[in-house]
Design a protein around this ligand. Structure first.
Ligand SMILES: NC(=O)c1ccc[n+]([C@@H]2O[C@H](COP(=O)([O-])OP(=O)(O)OC[C@H]3O[C@@H](n4cnc5c(N)ncnc54)[C@H](O)[C@@H]3O)[C@@H](O)[C@H]2O)c1
Ligand SMILES: [Zn+2]
Length: 817
């Protein structure tokens, strides 16, 4: 960590000395150090969204600070961390002064603290132990708080907490969040709703993958990702970050919402806000702790991070009497979960190869329990991360590198893949050596190349790399791509091992499909050949294939390549229905499911190809722009010379930057670059135009275009794409403007079970007709399509007066379009 951390540690370790044994001079010095450390941590956490110390360390130091201040009230500093909430707004944002301050919460860490909280309140209110005192208990969402001002039902302003007094104006950004209603009915004329913006685990992982692919910074945890995504100067960035919002509090109100906390929350829900379903009323500490246990149990499966449980006095009249301390309300407390940290040995670093050919290092750990879950793996991101640097080249973990044999601190946030938070250098073995990141692919032996400006190293093996090929195939059949029922990751691995499929087109020629369909798509011997050159690789390859065969019920001797190859060949001659684990019925179903997907919208095809930087959104943008497969191919081919030119200029410019110091060489490079642009052969106007057209598409820039053109230009890949296209009937997706459907421009929500089409299909259909499909019902919802088993969403829609129809009604509605 940074210097701040080390000072923090020293200050923290001063805990050995009880406050009352310190001299005032010692206390003063420690308070100064604590103020410095905590203020720096606050800035890093709240302003930069990149914490430099763990939350547990932060909380510990803050408690230490409070303990010293209690012992030496005279020494309390003017800039005491105890009096501060968050951090002042960052430059660049407009500032918003909160009419009612946005505060922090005091913390409880032990069960006993809860009874004490109850007692404290009773004393303050002069209540006896017999008087009823009801609390709400709800999850403490680990995101960042947001204030939303509604005037006459219109969202007019959104602001972050900032330092509690002045926050950042993020109105444009908040408008991009689906959970936040733009307009509400039946609310007080002036109403400030407060709550938490957060990111789900799934969205967080997907975002980090996208960031890694794009060579951009990744986020340490969902909270930082949410904060970093909301606090964007360009709201367009926020639009592409899937943020969510729970409402749980309020500020300014022209009329009260209700008489109790719980009823007020219900009112917020009735306006169309998401409120947390785990909110309960508790009759005293015993029930509060029971709810704490329950929420703690649910924690791992919620799909988003929570870091504790918040208890609030339910009666709002009592809340008003209790009021506030400097930075916290007296009527609420946050009961924090124990830190999800643990120390263990790092036994090995394995490299996994993914669809985009990235080599991802994974730490294999001596299993250890972290926050109730046994952890044996942790992600290591890339070679810089292992070396102690982040994606911008700045030091992380104080520049400590990670080595095999290290004693490491594992950090886990909810469900999210664990990370290495720290390395104990004192336990590092004397003979330890820095980890050497492989420069060849461990799966296929090809060179692993790290390109200028890329944080990851990628296998250059392309389709000969079994890891890349299977990952590409898995992506191809995934939900948002071809979504073939009965063909998941496991089946793909098996079919690949059988050499039945090595590229997407093979899926349409599986043996047993037709009378004559016993085609063997790839010769196992050929696949082995590459690996066989390398004796070490060969063993791995054979073991892998033999393992697959054993799963299929065919025992083989993995010492003997000829035997493995022969066994695969033999098995592959049989139709799928005769292979163990498939059977007539499931093979038939699979074939039917495959057949059904031959007719497919263009955006899915583009997405399914698994091209770097081309996710669902980009694929849809492309499909809308080009309309047909043929138009897309023509455009990409036409743009190819311009793309090559663009890359050449980029390379020359990079070199120029690298040589910035050396005048003479720079001039030569500049000359070379000018030649690239001006020298013969000149670019055809058509190429220039095609390239310009491509990078002008909303949401597509040069980076996406480079990768897209390259994917279609590379002969092997293009061959594979063409073979696939032969099998498909690729459909246009309707442009929303052109759609005359009654659902065009409407916001729809699907709930319950659909019988006649799957949810993803219904969604695609609706979107093709120009509708927007949302996951939750709010005041913005125009139409709810509710199948059997519809629950809270249907009730909410009824409350809000949202029109609701069933699946048949939906099919009728879209029948003519
Ligand atoms: N690692 C670091 O360097 C660092 C630095 C500063 C702060 N922190 C972390 O942040 C915490 C302090 O930050 P804080 O001032 O935001 O306090 P807090 O997170 O402990 O509690 C207050 C916040 O809880 C949130 N909250 C979530 N669910 C809520 C609910 N249901 N009801 C009410 N509020 C809810 C609100 O945003 C509120 O502002 C520390 O405990 C620490 O873990 C860490
Ligand atoms: Zn490879």
């Amino acid at each position: 960590m940074t210097g701040g951390k080390d000072e923090g540690k020293r200050a923290g370790e001063g805990q050995d000395l009880a406050p009352e044994t310190l001299s005032p001079e010692q206390a003063q010095a420690e308070l100064a150090t604590l103020a410095k450390t905590l203020n720096a941590a606050n800035l890093a956490y709240h302003r930069e969204d990149t914490p430099e110390i763990s939350d547990a360390d932060y909380d510990r130091l803050k408690r230490r600070n409070a303990a010293l201040e209690a012992q030496f009230p005279d020494l309390k500093r003017a800039d005491s961390p105890s009096d501060q909430v968050g951090a002042a707004p960052a430059d660049g944002f407009g500032k918003v002064r909160h009419d009612i301050r946005m505060l922090s919460l005091s913390n409880a860490f032990e069960d006993g603290d809860i009874a004490e909280f109850d007692q404290r309140i009773r004393r303050y209110l002069n209540l006896s132990d017999k008087d009823p005192l009801v609390f709400t208990a709800e999850p403490k969402i680990d995101g960042l708080s947001l204030s939303l001002l509604y005037e006459d039902g219109e969202l007019t302003r959104a602001a972050t907490r900032g330092d509690g007094e002045v926050g950042e104006n993020v109105t444009a950004n908040a408008r991009m969040i689906e959970d936040i209603p733009q307009r509400i009915a039946g609310a007080p004329a002036r109403m400030e709703v407060r709550g938490e913006v957060y990111m789900s685990h799934a969205d967080f992982e997907a975002l980090n993958t996208r960031q890694t692919d794009a060579g951009a910074r990744t986020f340490a945890n969902p909270r930082n990702a949410a904060a970093g995504s909301l606090r964007q100067l360009d709201a367009e960035v926020t639009r592409h970050r899937p943020l969510r919002f729970f409402a749980y509090a309020w500020g300014v109100l022209s009329d009260p919402l209700a008489e109790t906390q719980m009823k007020a929350i219900e009112r917020l829900a009735s306006f169309g806000f998401e409120t947390n379903p785990l909110t309960r009323l508790c009759d005293g500490p015993k029930e509060m702790l029971a709810q704490y246990r329950l929420i703690e149990e649910r924690r791992a499966t919620l799909g988003y991070d929570i870091d504790g449980v918040v208890y609030k006095v339910d009666d709002l009249a009592l809340q008003a009497r209790l009021g506030f301390r400097a930075t916290t309300p007296r009527w609420a407390i946050a009961h924090k979960f124990p830190a999800e940290l643990a120390w263990t040995w790092l036994e090995a670093i394995d490299i996994q190869v993914g669809r985009t050919a990235a080599l991802s290092p994974v730490a294999r750990l001596t299993p250890v329990t972290v926050g109730g879950v046994v952890v044996s793996n942790a992600t290591l991101h890339n070679e810089d991360y292992i070396a102690g640097r982040d994606s911008r080249g700045a030091e992380i973990r104080g520049g400590k590198d990670i080595r095999v044999g290290d004693w490491v601190q594992v950090y886990r946030a909810g469900d999210v893949i664990p990370k290495i938070a720290d390395v104990d250098m004192s336990k590092r073995p004397d003979n330890s050596v820095p980890y050497e990141f492989p420069v060849t692919c461990p799966e296929c032996g090809s060179d692993a190349i790290r390109e200028e400006g890329d944080s990851v190293r990628r296998c250059a093996g392309g389709l000969i790399c079994p890891a890349q090929a299977t990952e590409k195939l898995k992506h191809f059949v995934s939900r948002a791509a071809f979504d073939i029922e009965g063909l998941g990751a496991r089946q793909v691995e098996f079919l690949y091992a059988m050499c039945w499929i090595s590229e997407p087109a093979d899926i349409f020629t599986l043996p047993g499909r037709d009378q004559d369909g016993d085609r063997l798509t790839a010769d196992p011997a050929k696949r082995l050949a590459h690996g066989l050159e390398d004796p070490e690789r060969r063993v791995d390859l054979l073991t892998g294939l033999a393992e697959m065969l054993r799963t299929a019920g065919v025992p083989v001797d993995d010492e003997d390549p000829a035997h493995v190859v022969a066994a695969i060949r033999h098995l592959a001659q049989r139709p799928l229905a005769q292979i163990k684990g498939w059977g007539e019925k499931s093979a038939d179903n699979l074939f039917a499911a495959i057949e059904e997907r031959r007719r497919i919208p263009l955006n899915r095809v583009i997405f399914a190809l698994g091209i770097r930087h081309v996710g669902e959104v980009v694929a849809t943008d492309l499909a809308r722009h080009f309309n047909t497969w043929e138009a897309l191919l023509t455009a990409l081919d036409a743009a190819r010379p311009a793309q090559e030119r663009y890359l050449a200029v980029e390379a020359a410019e990079a070199e120029e930057r690298a040589l910035a110091a050396d005048e003479g060489r720079r001039a030569r490079v500049k000359e070379a670059r000018d030649k690239v642009w001006e020298g013969a052969p000149t670019l055809e106007d058509s190429a220039r135009a095609a390239w310009a057209d491509l990078i002008d598409i909303d949401g597509i820039g040069a980076k996406v275009a480079v990768s897209l053109v390259a994917a279609f230009a590379q002969p092997a890949e293009r061959g594979s794409i063409n073979r696939l296209a032969e099998w498909l009937d690729i459909r246009k997706i309707a442009t929303p403007e052109a759609s005359s459907s009654p659902v065009a421009g409407k916001t729809l929500v699907f709930t319950g079970t659909l019988v006649k089409m799957t949810r993803p299909e219904a969604k695609a259909r609706a979107e093709a007709l120009g509708a927007k499909v949302s996951g939750s019902v709010s005041a913005k919802t125009d139409l709810l399509i509710a199948g059997p088993g519809a629950g809270s969403k249907a009730r909410k829609a009824a409350d809000l007066g949202v029109e609701t129809i069933d699946e048949d009604g939906w099919l009728n509605l879209i029948a003519d379009t």
